[in-house]
Design a protein around this ligand. Structure first.
Ligand code: NI
Length: 134
């Protein structure tokens, strides 16, 4: 059984790899390399798999799962600059792919009922990534 919690946050980022020159970064990231940065209204879907607890009828209480997501992730990234304001993203180029991996590392140990099995991160309505821990 898989249950999913869906939450949103807004954050700014700039895609830039300091190990390469301006031309490489412009070719790879185009407008996302603008030095001023830009923002997205991200939507994250966090899925937990496990057995249904016969006493509660639930895999994990979704209210509790959302509290964990807020405490571990959203309180740290909402209305922040992902390049500079978030210690656990230090040195990470904040693409949706890298964010999903970093979010997994942070959330997985905090989920104590069932197990984290998938993160879907929507950067825009049209762009999203799926990460299943590998
Ligand atoms: Ni962007």
């Amino acid at each position: 059984m898989i249950v999913t919690a869906k939450l949103g946050f807004s954050a700014a980022h700039r895609l830039h790899n300091p190990n390469f020159d301006a031309e490489w970064n412009r070719q790879k990231y185009d407008k996302c390399d603008n030095a001023g940065g830009h923002g997205h209204n991200y939507v994250i879907e966090v899925s937990v798999s496990g057995d249904i607890d016969p006493q509660t009828g639930m895999v994990i209480d979704l209210t509790k799962l959302k509290d964990i997501i807020r405490r571990e992730l959203l309180d740290h990234v909402d209305h922040r600059n992902l390049n500079s304001d978030v210690p656990f993203l230090g040195g990470v180029i904040p693409t949706a792919e890298n964010l999903a991996v970093s979010f997994w590392k942070r959330l997985s140990p905090a989920i104590d009922e069932g197990a984290l099995c998938q993160i879907v991160l929507h950067e825009t309505e049209k762009n999203s990534v799926v990460y299943r821990g590998e």
